[in-house]
Design a protein around this ligand. Structure first.
Ligand code: NAP
Ligand code: F7E
Length: 325
């Protein structure tokens, strides 16, 4: 059998790093699209970087995508690149639309031009449900996005469906609920909490400033979620799937679990700060992953509590080593 190859956009991000690991384990030739930066940011893929073929490119630049597809000749493309931080999307709404929304069309059009048999995965998001119209959310729940990021993801989702229906592309969209890991960006609430709890425990900080404590999220483990992406592209027909744990927790509960891991009373350290409140909030997300379970045979393996403990421990060990404590 010929070796399979895949092109991952967003390979330097959290999900890109776990997906690259998974595809290498499966024997794929892995290509990563990387944009030009003044400083190489391969922290998450350093351990596998010798096994990856890097191709320069940017979702803002159609020509670079065509070139990347010609060079890599992939069987599968995973479009994980995006401006992915919700608060930034209010500050840079046009850039968010250009990359997170129109960038999807650029990639799809490049695939159509270069090789329409390439299988395509789009990183859709539970943020599309926003002000939820149904609880729990399924593939049929109507979208009501609450941020420029959510709006951009709705566009990316529907253009994927449209290219599938218009051009018969094998294009699938994973509606992934929040997923986290020790490789999560420090600006997202889970990692912000675990990192600062570890700092407080080591005497390196004395408070943690956060926004809305009441927001509820269906938080899973990123290592589990990239498996669902891969499974979608192994199906005979393309489709859309909700990927979630089916359980939800508040930000306050997340804080309690993280601080408990370090025997700290969170109430002594956590300060609410209006700076971290959003102009429009997504109050409650909880997904129903039944279709992913039934069709893909996908199930999460790491619980919320196990994942938070894993993140706290990783942050604690890293900070301790860094500061020689
Ligand atoms: P992430 O850590 O923020 O990574 C984003 C990646 O996109 C990075 O590799 C970044 O490159 C790249 N990128 C940004 N702008 C680009 C551009 N113009 N051209 C090429 N690459 C660009 O995100 P993640 O958490 O891994 O999420 C992966 C995808 O899933 C994103 O599309 C996100 O919106 C979506 N998603 C995430 C979640 C979640 O809970 N994590 C849930 C649902 C959907 P640099 O390293 O150079 O910045
Ligand atoms: O916020 C609340 C905040 O930034 C979660 C992205 O991967 O998942 C992510 O988007 C909740 C929100 O993730 C702070 O108001 C309170 O209600 O960790 P987050 P997100 O906005 O849900 C989706 C599925 C994606 O697709 C996105 O790409 O936590 N919150 N206090 C806070 N959030 C942050 N960041 N910082 C705080 O201090």
């Amino acid at each position: 059998m010929t070796q399979k190859s895949a092109l991952i956009s967003g390979i330097t991000g959290q999900d890109g790093s776990y997906l690259a690991e998974l595809l290498l384990e499966q024997g794929y030739q892995v290509y990563g699209l990387v944009r030009r930066t003044s400083h190489i940011n391969f922290e998450r893929i350093r351990h596998i970087q010798d096994k990856i073929h890097f191709i320069p490119g940017d979702l803002a630049d159609l020509t670079s995508l065509i070139y990347a597809l010609r060079e890599s000749q992939p069987h599968e493309v995973y479009n994980l690149a995006a401006q992915s931080f919700v608060p930034t999307s209010w500050v840079q709404p046009i850039l968010t639309g250009d990359i997170t929304a129109i960038g999807v069309t650029r990639m799809l059009d490049a695939i159509r031009a270069v090789d329409p048999t390439i299988r395509f995965y789009q990183a859709s998001s539970s943020e599309m449900f926003g002000k939820v119209q149904e609880v729990p959310q399924t593939e049929r729940t109507p979208f009501y996005p609450r941020s420029p990021y959510g709006v951009a993801k709705v566009y990316g989702h529907w253009i994927t469906v449209n290219y599938r229906e218009s051009y018969n592309l094998h294009a699938s969209s994973g509606i992934l609920f929040n997923h986290e890991s020790p490789r999560r960006g420090l600006e997202f609430v889970t990692h912000k909490v675990t990192y600062n709890a570890a700092k407080i425990s080591l005497g390196l900080a004395n408070e943690l400033r956060v926004g809305n404590l009441d927001a509820q999220r269906d938080w899973g483990y990123a290592g589990d979620y990239v498996r669902a992406m891969w499974l979608m592209l192994q199906q005979p027909t393309p489709d859309d799937y909700v990927v979630a744990t089916g359980k939800t927790h508040s930000v306050q509960r997340l804080i309690e679990v993280a601080f408990d891991c370090l025997d700290l009373d969170w109430r002594r350290y956590v300060v609410q700060d209006a700076k971290f409140m959003r102009p429009a909030e997504v109050d409650l997300l909880i997904g129903n992953p039944e279709k992913a379970r039934a069709v893909l045979g996908w199930e999460p393996t790491v619980t919320f509590e196990q994942m938070i403990e894993m993140m706290v421990k990783a942050d604690y060990d890293q900070l301790k080593a860094e500061h020689q404590l």
